[in-house]
Write a protein that binds this ligand. Structure first.
Ligand code: NAD
Ligand code: UFG
Length: 330
């Protein structure tokens, strides 16, 4: 049985579909801080399969204990966490408590119940301001904000766990920029509040919820002056978790993988592809750079291909189409 924390969230719900379609038994938990129970019904509808679910908070250790007590868990995929960079700067303690203390609770329970496999949602944010691209897994790490620091600290805690317990196996999956939605149109990125990331904001501008998209700077040293990122389809990302889990079933220690495509697209390329494939206008205005943004980030994804046999398959067109399909009728 696999425990999926944060399962009602964006990446958790897509990974739940991939796991159920692979015939895995799962149990989910979430506190719905940034999601809603409707995602769980959608997962059931897509897969035609049922699963146990707990409305629980990582910070409530006794509530979490019930999950371990009532289920025979042999691996954990840990998505639950807060992820808004700006909010983390304003409320660092909330991020340290929720993300770090919450993860420590989870790890203590795993230790108590003898659970040895852990897949962690890390982020390309741990590369800070990369000095070169594409980024390999052994590039230097740094954090530029409290959110990023929670990812770096948790990576460190998990490496320490592997030193202390030779039977413990961990995959640190460093996601690049997940976008897109399941082809059913039933699950996708549905954040509570105002989104920060490019694709949800493109969708809001296309829908008229925002009058225009703010392009944060067109004077970067990139192909067209706008920021370049490695956008990866969330369904490819979900399949990456399954590949990592299979690897952990045959290994111990901490393994680190970039989950990206290896291709960098600019903000203008994103806007224009979105408009073309969806036949919809995205009004935008060029504004000053956003504090903390770096010009170019994209992965070297070779290690995941060589060691996990996984690579991202879906195109930018797929990502733009499915994102809009999910959002347009909401
Ligand atoms: P999300 O907000 O959609 O999902 C996270 C889920 O965790 C939410 O449903 C939220 O309600 C839940 N949660 C938060 N704190 C909790 C707590 N204390 N107890 C129980 N549930 C809690 O985010 P996502 O995009 O699906 O991201 C999943 C993970 O991947 C996060 O850890 C995030 O930091 C990481 N990540 C995301 C991205 C991205 O761009 N989406 C990039 C890199 C890493
Ligand atoms: N951008 C805009 N306008 C917007 C939003 C974004 O022009 O309204 C630009 C940004 O300047 C950047 C690109 O679009 O060039 C992508 O921005 P996102 O906010 O979508 O993604 P980031 O790469 O900045 O951030 C992501 C994750 C963070 C993580 C960071 C570093 O969302 O959690 O990668 O790895 F910390």
């Amino acid at each position: 049985m696999i425990l999926v924390t944060g399962m009602a969230g964006y990446i958790g719900s897509h990974t739940a579909v991939a796991l159920l379609e692979d015939g895995r038994q799962i149990v989910g938990m979430d506190n719905f801080y940034n999601s809603s129970p409707s995602a769980l019904d959608a997962v059931k509808k897509i897969t035609g399969k049922d699963f146990a679910f707990y409305n629980a908070d990582l910070r409530d250790k006794e509530g979490m204990r019930r999950i371990f007590e009532e289920n025979s868990i042999d691996a954990v995929i840990h998505f639950a966490g807060l992820k808004a960079v700006g909010e983390s700067v304003e409320k660092p303690l909330l991020y340290y408590e929720n993300n770090i203390s919450g993860t420590v609770n989870l790890l203590e329970l795993m230790q108590e119940y003898g659970v040895k496999r852990f897949v962690f949602s890390s982020s390309a944010t741990v590369y800070g301001e990369p000095d070169h691209v594409p980024i390999e897994e052994d590039a230097p790490n740094s954090a530029t904000n409290p959110y990023g620091r929670t990812k770096l600290y948790i990576e460190g805690i998990l490496k320490d766990m592997c030193v202390a317990d030779k039977k413990f196996s961990v995959a640190l999956l460093r996601y690049f920029n997940p976008i897109g939605a399941h082809e059913s149109g039933l699950i996708g990125e549905n954040p509570n509040g105002i989104p920060n990331n490019l694709m949800p904001r493109i969708c809001q501008a296309a829908k008229g919820i925002m009058p225009f998209l703010t392009v944060y700077g067109d004077d970067y040293p990139t192909k067209d002056g706008t920021g370049v990122r490695d956008y990866i389809h969330v369904c490819d990302l979900a399949e990456g978790h399954l590949a990592a889990l299979k690897k952990l079933e045959k290994s111990t220690g901490a393994l680190i993988y970039n989950l990206g495509t290896g291709i960098g697209y600019s903000v203008y390329e994103m806007i224009h592809t979105f408009m073309k494939v969806n036949s919809v206008n995205v009004p935008y205005k060029v504004c000053p750079r956003r504090a903390g943004d770096v010009p170019t980030v994209y992965a070297n994804p070779d290690k995941a291909l060589n060691e996990l046999g996984w690579r991202a398959e879906r195109t930018l067109e797929d990502m733009c189409k499915s994102s809009w399909e999910f959002v347009k009728n909401k």
